[in-house]
Design a protein around this ligand. Structure first.
Ligand SMILES: [Zn+2]
Length: 103
């Protein structure tokens, strides 16, 4: 298990250059929690979108209305999570700048 993770990590670091930022993000529990939530909300979003399309094709207007409300709500959640991820990740950058300044 750890072997696979190390390979992934090396790949990410190479791609992102010399900052070492990606390594820290991968090891951060909060990053993992946020991206897992984002993934599950995204999956729910696609599922509702699929159901909405089916309801629309079947001219099921009641279901389509309910589903489009759900889709909006989950879309908001998705946007909020994305913002949370971005602001959390930028806090990593600040921490790194701080520890670099002290080193
Ligand atoms: Zn993090």
């Amino acid at each position: 298990m750890s072997k696979i993770k190390d390979v992934d990590r090396n790949k990410v670091i190479k791609k992102s250059g010399s900052t070492g930022r990606s390594k820290m993000i991968e090891e951060c529990a909060e990053c993992r929690r946020l991206s897992e939530s984002y993934e599950s909300v995204t999956m729910a979003w696609f599922r509702i979108q699929g159901n909405l399309r089916i309801a629309e094709c079947g001219h099921d207007e009641n279901s389509a209305q309910i589903l489009s409300i759900e889709l909006n709500l989950i879309g908001d959640q998705r946007g909020a999570l994305r913002q949370a991820i971005e602001s959390h990740r930028s806090s990593h950058t600040q921490q790194l700048a701080y520890s670099a300044a002290r080193a």
